[in-house]
Design a protein. Structure first.
Length: 746
C-alpha cells in the first residue's frame, strides 16, 4: 500500500491528468505524472500500483481516452510504471503479463545502475522493443546523461520507425552514415526469428557488424608521412654518395673517359703563313714557338717559359687557327678540348677530365693544350655557387700553377668574353700573355681575300682591294664565306671562273641579305619605296661629310623593302661633328621624300628604323660625344639615372631639337634637288638596283646603258594616296659632285 502522502500526491496527479485528458492534452499528463514519480523505479510500482490503477480506471471511465493519444505520452515518463499505459490491446489500460512486467523492471534497474554502460542500455532497449514499447526507447535515448552507442542508435531508429516517425529516423540514419532500408530489413528478419531473438538482431555480429572510423588529426597524418619518408631519404642519399664515389673513380661511365672521347691529340699541319690579317697576334705567338723550340736561349738569363696564352676577340677572327699554327710551327703535340666538354651530367667529371688532360699532356711534353671557349668553365666564381660548380675551375687553377709544375706545356685559351673570366685564372703565372685578336683592317682583309682566292679559280680582273675596301667590319670567317658564296654562284651561272660580278653579288648577299625575288608588291608600295631610297641617296650625295654611297636598291632583301648602302673608302675609327649631322640628314631623307610625294599624312611606317638610328645618333652626340652647346662637354651616358631630372630633361629636349633641325635641313635640300630626286626614283623603278656611278649619271640626266629589270611580281592594287608633282620645273645645270648643304653646327 502507498503511504498517505503518496496517495495524496497520486490523487493530485490523477485529478490533474483527468482535467488534462478532458482538455485533449496528452503531453502534460506525462509531465504531471513524471514530476511525482521521477524518483521511483519501475519495479517499485510493479508491486505497489493497485491503488494507482483503480484511480486511473475511475478517471478513464469518466473521460474517454483513445489508444493513439495514450501512445503519444512524452518521453520524460521514463521511470513510471507505464506498462499498462502502452498496451497493444484494444483497451487502453489492459493488464500486462506479470512476468513481462517483472522482466522489464529488472532490466530497468540494471540500466539505471549502469547509466554509463551503453551495452546495458541497449539490452534494456531490446526488452522494451520486444514488449512493444518504442516510445520509452525514444524517450530514454533522448534523455541527456545516458550512454549511447551505435547499437543503441540502431535501436533508437527502429523505435522511431515503429512509432511512424520515418522522417526523423531517416535523418538519424543519414547522420550515422547507414541505410534506412538496411535497418528496416534487419528489423523484419529479426522479428520473424521468433521470441527468442527479442524482435531484433544483436549488434557486433556477422549479420550486424559495427563499423568504426578513426579520424586522425592533420598533425598525426603529417608525422606519419615524415616517418615513412625518412628511411627513403636516407637510402637515396646513400645511393647518391656511392654512385658519385664510383663515378669519381671511373668505375661507372667508363665510356665517358677523357682519354677515350674528349681529348683530340694531333700533329697540326697549319703554319703561320696560313694565318692572315692578324699580324700583331701572330707576332706574340711566334715568341711562344721560339720558347718551345729553344728554351735554353731564354732561360739562360733566368727567364721562364710562359705557362699560358689567352686569345681574346670577336668570333671568327682566327683564334683557333692561331693556336693550331702555333703547334704546327713548334712541331709539338696539340691537345684540343672545348670548355663545354669538361662538365656533363655527373658531378666531378669536369675535374676528373682536367686532371686526365694534363696528365696526358705531361706524358708527351713539350706540348700545347688548347681550350676553346674558356669562359664555359672559367667564369667568375660567386659565393652562392654550389661546391660542385667550382670543382672544374679549381682543378684547372691547380694544374696551371700548383705544386705539380707543368714544365714544357703551353696552355692556350680562347674566349669571346674576357671580362667574364675569373681573375684568378687570368693573373700572371697562369695566363702570362693576353693577346687580342681583333677584326682585320683593310690591309688584313686584302691579305685574307688573297689567301682564300688562291683556292678558287678566279679571273685576272678580280681586284681583292676593291672588295676589301667595301667590307669594313667583316671578320676572316665572313670573308671566307664571301669567297665561297661567290664560287658557288659562279658555278650556278656556269661560269668558267669567279669574276668581280660574282664577288659583288656575294658581298651584297653578305652585307644586305638575300634577295626576296618571289615577294609580291603593289605598284604604290614599290613607287613609295623607290622615292624613299632616292631620298636617302640624294641626301648622301649632296650633304657634306656624309659617308659615300655604295648602292641603292628597291629589291627586297632580308626584312627591308629597299636599302641604300653607304661604305667608307677606308676604315674609320672616329667621327666628327659634321659627319654626325650628315648621318642625321641621311636618315631623314627617306621620310621627307615620302612626305613630298604623298603628303605629310601619308608617310609610312617604313621610316621607323631610320628614326631609331637618327635618335640614337643624336642622343650619343649629346650624352657621349659632348657635341651639344647647351649641355656642354659632359658625358651623361654612364649612370644616367644619377643625374638630376633637370639635366636629363634638358638632354631630352636637346635631342629633339637636333632631330627637328635635321628634318628642316633635309626638307630644304630635297626641295632644292626635287628634279634629281624624281630622276633617281624613276631610275630605281626601272632598274631596281643602282651603284654609285650609275646614280651619279642618273641625277645628271644621262641615260644608262643597262637593261630594265622587274624581279618582283607587281600588281596594280588600289590607290589610297594622291601623288604630288615634286618636280614642277627643270633645274639649271647641277654640278656633280655638288656642293653639299652645310650642316648647322650650332
Amino acid at each position: 500500500m502507498l503511504s498517505t502522502t503518496t496517495n495524496k500526491q497520486l490523487l493530485l496527479a490523477s485529478s490533474s491528468a483527468a482535467r488534462l485528458v478532458a482538455n485533449g492534452s496528452i503531453k502534460n499528463i506525462a509531465l504531471s505524472l513524471s514530476r511525482f514519480h521521477s524518483t521511483k523505479s519501475l519495479s517499485y510500482f510493479t508491486h505497489r500500483n493497485s491503488t494507482i490503477n483503480d484511480k486511473i480506471n475511475l478517471l478513464l471511465n469518466k473521460h474517454t481516452i483513445n489508444n493513439n493519444n495514450i501512445n503519444k505520452i512524452n518521453s520524460k515518463f521514463i521511470k513510471l510504471n507505464t506498462v499498462r499505459n502502452f498496451s497493444t490491446s484494444s483497451s487502453a489500460l489492459a493488464q500486462a503479463n506479470p512476468s513481462t512486467t517483472a522482466s522489464l523492471a529488472q532490466a530497468e534497474q540494471t540500466a539505471n545502475k549502469e547509466l554509463s554502460n551503453p551495452r546495458a542500455q541497449a539490452s534494456f532497449y531490446q526488452s522494451l522493443l520486444k514488449a512493444n514499447y518504442p516510445h520509452i526507447v525514444v524517450s530514454r535515448y533522448e534523455t541527456p546523461g545516458i550512454a549511447t552507442s551505435p547499437e543503441c542508435a540502431h535501436l533508437y531508429i527502429n523505435a522511431l520507425l515503429k512509432m511512424g516517425e520515418t522522417a526523423k529516423a531517416d535523418a538519424m540514419a543519414r547522420q550515422l552514415g547507414i541505410s534506412l532500408d538496411a535497418i528496416t530489413g534487419a528489423a523484419g528478419s529479426s522479428a520473424g526469428a521468433g521470441a527468442g531473438m527479442g524482435g531484433f538482431t544483436s549488434f557486433g555480429t556477422r549479420q550486424e557488424p559495427i563499423h568504426v572510423v578513426v579520424t586522425e588529426s592533420p598533425w598525426m597524418t603529417f608525422s606519419k608521412w615524415i616517418r615513412a619518408l625518412i628511411p627513403f631519404a636516407l637510402f637515396a642519399y646513400g645511393g647518391y654518395y656511392v654512385f658519385n664515389y664510383f663515378v669519381e673513380n671511373g668505375s661507372i661511365t667508363k665510356g665517358s673517359s677523357v682519354e677515350d672521347k674528349s681529348v683530340e691529340v694531333s700533329q697540326s699541319s697549319v703554319k703561320f703563313s696560313d694565318v692572315c690579317g692578324v699580324d700583331e697576334a701572330r707576332a706574340e705567338l711566334e715568341e711562344v714557338v721560339e720558347f718551345l723550340k729553344d728554351p735554353a736561349k731564354f732561360t739562360g738569363l733566368g727567364g721562364q717559359l710562359p705557362k699560358g696564352v689567352l686569345l681574346t676577340g670577336p668570333p671568327g677572327t682566327g683564334k683557333t687557327l692561331l693556336a693550331r699554327a702555333t703547334a704546327g710551327e713548334a712541331g709539338v703535340p696539340f691537345f684540343f678540348m672545348s670548355g663545354s666538354e669538361f662538365d656533363e651530367l655527373y658531378v666531378g667529371v669536369g675535374a676528373k677530365r682536367v686532371r686526365e688532360l694534363f696528365t696526358k699532356a705531361r706524358a708527351r711534353a713539350p706540348a700545347i693544350v688548347f681550350i676553346d671557349e674558356l669562359d664555359a668553365i672559367g667564369g667568375k666564381r660567386k659565393s652562392r655557387d654550389q661546391a660542385y660548380a667550382k670543382q672544374t675551375l679549381n682543378q684547372l687553377l691547380v694544374e696551371l700553377d700548383g705544386f705539380s709544375q707543368t714544365e714544357g706545356i703551353i696552355i692556350i685559351g680562347a674566349t669571346n668574353f674576357p671580362d667574364s673570366l675569373d681573375k684568378a685564372l687570368t693573373r700572371p703565372g697562369r695566363f702570362d700573355k693576353i693577346v687580342s685578336v681583333d677584326l682585320p683592317d683593310v690591309r688584313g682583309r686584302i691579305d685574307i681575300l688573297k689567301q682564300y682566292l688562291k683556292k678558287v679559280a678566279c679571273s685576272k680582273e678580280v681586284d681583292p682591294s676593291v672588295i676589301a675596301r667595301s667590307t669594313t667590319g667583316l671578320s676572316g670567317a665572313a670573308l671566307k664565306n664571301l669567297v665561297n658564296q661567290a664560287a658557288l654562284y659562279a658555278s650556278h651561272q656556269n661560269a668558267l671562273s669567279v669574276n668581280m660580278s660574282h664577288l659583288e653579288w656575294a658581298k651584297d648577299k653578305v652585307l644586305m641579305g638575300g634577295e626576296r625575288k618571289t615577294m609580291v608588291m603593289t605598284e604604290e608600295t614599290r613607287r613609295n619605296t623607290a622615292y624613299h631610297e632616292a631620298g636617302h641617296a640624294i641626301a648622301a650625295m649632296f650633304t657634306e661629310g656624309a659617308t659615300p654611297l655604295y648602292k641603292a636598291t628597291i629589291l627586297p632583301r632580308g626584312r627591308a623593302l629597299g636599302i641604300t648602302f653607304q661604305l667608307p673608302e677606308m676604315d674609320k675609327h672616329d667621327v666628327t661633328k659634321k659627319e654626325c649631322y650628315a648621318r642625321l640628314d641621311v636618315c631623314m631623307g627617306g621620310k621627307i621624300a615620302e612626305e613630298m610625294l604623298y603628303g605629310p599624312n601619308n608617310v609610312t611606317s617604313g621610316c621607323s628604323s631610320d628614326l631609331s638610328s637618327a635618335t640614337g645618333m643624336a642622343r650619343a652626340m649629346i650624352t657621349s660625344y659632348g657635341m651639344s652647346d647647351k649641355i656642354g662637354p659632359m658625358s651623361l651616358a654612364e649612370k644616367w639615372e644619377s643625374w638630376s631630372p633637370k639635366l636629363r630633361d634638358m638632354a631630352d629636349q636637346e635631342t629633339r631639337e637636333f632631330l627637328v633641325s635635321s628634318e628642316i635641313r633635309t626638307r630644304k635640300l630635297l626641295r632644292e634637288k626635287r628634279v634629281e630626286l624624281k630622276r633617281l626614283a624613276e631610275a630605281l623603278l626601272e632598274y631596281e638596283t643602282l651603284n654609285k656611278a650609275e646614280m651619279e649619271s642618273v641625277v645628271k640626266g644621262e641615260k644608262l646603258n643597262k637593261s630594265k629589270i622587274s624581279t618582283n611580281k607587281v600588281i596594280k592594287g588600289p590607290t589610297t594616296r594622291r601623288e604630288f608633282d615634286i618636280a614642277p620645273e627643270e633645274p639649271t645645270n647641277t654640278p656633280i659632285p655638288p656642293v653639299a648643304a652645310k650642316a648647322n653646327t650650332q
